[in-house]
Design a protein around this ligand. Sequence first.
Ligand code: ADP
Ligand code: MG
Length: 560
Amino acid sequence: MAEKMQFQAESKRLLDMMVHSIYSQKEVFLRELISNASDAIDKIYYKALTDDQLVFEQDDYYIKVVPNKEARTLTIIDTGIGMTKEELENNLGVIAKSGSLAFKSENEAKDGHDIIGQFGVGFYAAFMVADEVKVLTKALHSDQAYLWESQGADGYTIVEATKDQVGTTITLKLKENEEEENFDDFLDEYQLKSIIKKYSDFIRYPIKMDVTTSKPKEDNDKEFEEVIEEQIINSMVPIWRKNKNELTDEDYQNFYQEKRYGFDQPLKHVHVSVDGSIRYNAILFIPENRPFDYYSQEYQKGLELYSNGVLIMEKCPDLLPDHFSFVKGMVDSEDLSLNISREILQHDRQLKLIAKNINKKIKSELKTLLKNEREQYEKFYESFGRQIKFGVYNEFGTHKDLLKDLLLFYSSKEKKLVTLDEYISRMPEEQKYIYYATGDSIDRIDKLPQTEIVADKGYEILYFTEDIDEFAIKMLVNYEEKEFKSVSSGDLGIDAADKNEDNEDEVKENKEIFTKMSEILTGKVKEVRASKRLKSHPVCLSADGEVTIEMEKVLSMMPD
Ligand code: ADP
Ligand code: MG
């Protein structure tokens, strides 16, 4: 009879905590066990680097997941380094003790940074889904195998056992289903496959599973039969670790679709590999179409965050600034300090650095698109231009300068979208301002009496048809030292129209009628006067001060 060993007192409490509160989702137990298996294989790999007796044959190393519905067990097999009796006691008997962390510090020089484990708690995640866990293991260079067994908080036993191959086999006896929890999911091929894909797709060793598939019969290819076939579930080499030169546009598009970043084709991708004070890889996509909920409260921005190929967070919002919230993709870094559940980041310093870097990359990618592929950029702008304008409006200070040359507006010249740069470069020398006109549509703006005098001078006018346009531009104040000026503003900088605008005589002559008009329009206009700006139109409205008529409209619609 095996002697029952007690977990240390702290460990008992910790185990209880593990099972009930550390992880937000139970399915991560599989991520943790597979990560451990991968670490165990890595350890053989690192040992082989310095041990001539040891040859690392890639094909000998794998992880296998075996569900058994009848027995209600799930088994995870690895051909890794295994554990001695002592290691079983130390690493699985003491919670929060990480053999992997110790291995990493012993082998620092040999570059063990691919090893995932560090906190010594992941293993116990198994108790979230199992009421009994068995670990059968045989260590490298050892003849004796051992069986570790535990039903949770009341301790564990270790007995001698037999096992042919070096490595570890962990068998979970799954809990009975509870009202809101269906542990059968973890016996289901399809569910298991998707959990493995989700969290462990880029584990560097094959994760195998026997999968039932239906195949045409050998003697009659019209009939199908069910066959069980061993498949490799994970893709192993993450696309972002591959050499950019070896990847085609199609590879990136497939990745975009596989990851369900969107249902469209991405307009553009950026593959970033940074190897400086912070190391990270990222693949970023600029989608072509706007998701249907993009401008709603429901839309959540964010990038997938991986630590060393293992998914940590599905949507990390801190990686993207609001003005680029449309960007999809992922970031993988080995330099993140994670908290104990490996779901949240401990310090956000690294994350901030990465985010800053990514912001710059996206900006420069959009600039290149604008410069070299105008049509594509305009497509992008149609989907997300409004967000860029919101960016200029909201993030005054640092970001508006970053964003201002990404802006496009329709202009009176050829009725096309133009950048502010293009506008400036065509300005006649004497033109003082960048003129714009606001209205519901291009057509309606064209009919505004106020545009006439500016257009007559041959000056280009920007058409602001979106409510945000003028607000954004007000934040900029000027562009390349040229101030923005509404065509309906009192002071246009065009001689004939400005100053002495009110012709004294005309005012006197028509005093009566103007007074009458003012009376009728009380509360609607401040005053009625004669104007020199009008050409073919009999009357126009003009605004006093900074807030134009269009802005007043928007402001009056906003809730107080
Ligand atoms: P961590 O992985 O953070 O170190 P875990 O609780 O997941 O913590 O695992 C504790 C320790 O148990 C590991 O560091 C490792 O030494 C050992 N271990 C766990 N699973 C295996 C395995 N499959 N093969 C060999 N050693 C293992
Ligand atoms: Mg672990």
